[in-house]
Design a binder for this molecule. Structure first.
Ligand SMILES: [Cu+2]
Length: 333
């Protein structure tokens, strides 16, 4: 897997001291403790900016982490420590916050909103493997999520043998699009105008202007880390022409369902989906809540022998084929 979609320091110096401590604790507790747990320094910046949300170049006044919707994928291993810092630049207008569903820490201290010109830092240990939602929790939270402040954190199981090895991995984050970013009432009334995967309407639909696709080879096990950002609608995630070989609730390998046609992922939840593509062809991945699919939540998985290797998906901004110009500013730090 090539990814890494997010930069961080592995804190190897600390790892040595932590390893000694870990071994000691393991001896004391009589249990197995990973001696390879790492420390990741993750920094994000709240960026209030226009981004492109469809292949026609439609712009949206988003609020984002690092200028992209969704924010960058964070990827750590079970047992790792995350030192997180959120910067809210003085040039912003609104307070922002960060809530990691992978963390088990006090909400009041850590997830509070900070004003423009301030930063907040906290630390957590990613104790449970899976794929988890993260989002801004500043009030009104429904608006901060709707405008784009969300993303995915993958916590890999420390024992890779607890599930089959994937041949290819993607991240898909579903969310609703409200064309008027200031109409909070429309958000409360669930009057969404589009449904997005990774911040774009029909972003992975090759028959739509500017649309892309997801690649695979026949016989591959394709693993999709799926997050539903909402803010309101349930996703009913289904591979047209296929069956999920495995669904891991919250992405935890211990929660292994087999042979699932459709699986519901509620707002603020996530699951990991494995599909072994039986043969060449097109397999649209959709929310079978059709009002969502037909308003943008269709990602076509195209299986063919010539599929190129793909990096872990790519919380990349929409790049319009015509201009090949990135429409999102670089990360804010
Ligand atoms: Cu916010």
């Amino acid at each position: 897997m090539q990814e890494q979609t997010w930069q961080h320091n592995h804190g190897r110096r600390r790892c040595k001291a932590a390893s000694l401590l870990g071994v000691t604790l393991a001896l004391v507790a009589g249990m197995t403790v990973s001696v390879h747990a790492k420390t990741h320094d993750i920094q994000m910046t709240a960026v209030e900016t226009d981004i492109v949300i469809d292949g026609g170049g439609e712009k949206y006044a988003a609020w984002t982490f690092n200028g992209q919707m969704p924010g960058p994928v964070v990827r750590v291993m079970e047992g790792d420590t995350v030192n997180f810092t959120l910067t809210n630049p003085a040039t912003n207008k609104y307070p922002h916050a960060m809530d990691f569903h992978a963390a088990e820490i006090d909400f009041l201290n850590n997830y509070r909103a900070v004003n423009a010109g301030e930063t907040i830092s906290y630390t957590f240990i990613a104790k449970k493997p899976g794929v988890f939602f993260y989002h801004c929790g500043a009030p009104p939270m429904i608006q901060h999520v709707a405008r784009g402040m969300f993303g995915a954190i993958i916590v890999e199981p420390k024992d890779a043998k607890v599930w089959p090895k994937a041949d290819r991995e993607y991240v898909l984050v579903q969310s609703e699009y409200f064309k008027n970013p200031d109409d909070v009432q429309a958000m409360f009334d669930r009057k969404y105008d589009g449904m997005m995967f990774n911040g774009g309407i029909f972003k992975y639909h090759p028959f739509v202007t500017g649309g892309g696709k997801l690649d695979a080879k026949p016989g591959e096990r394709v693993r999709i880390y799926f997050v539903n950002a909402g803010p309101n609608e349930f996703s009913s995630f289904h591979p047209i022409g296929e069956i999920w070989d495995n669904v891991y609730e919250s992405g935890n390998p211990a929660n292994n369902l087999k042979g699932v046609q459709t699986y519901v992922v509620g707002p603020g939840s996530a699951a990991t989906f494995d599909v072994v593509v039986e043969s060449a062809g097109a397999y649209p991945l959709v929310t079978h809540s059709l009002t969502g699919a037909l308003r943008g939540a269709i990602a076509v998985l195209l299986a063919g022998p010539d599929a190129k290797p793909a990096p872990l998906m790519p919380m990349v901004p929409w790049v319009l084929p015509a201009s090949k110009t990135e429409t999102t500013p670089p990360t804010g730090h």
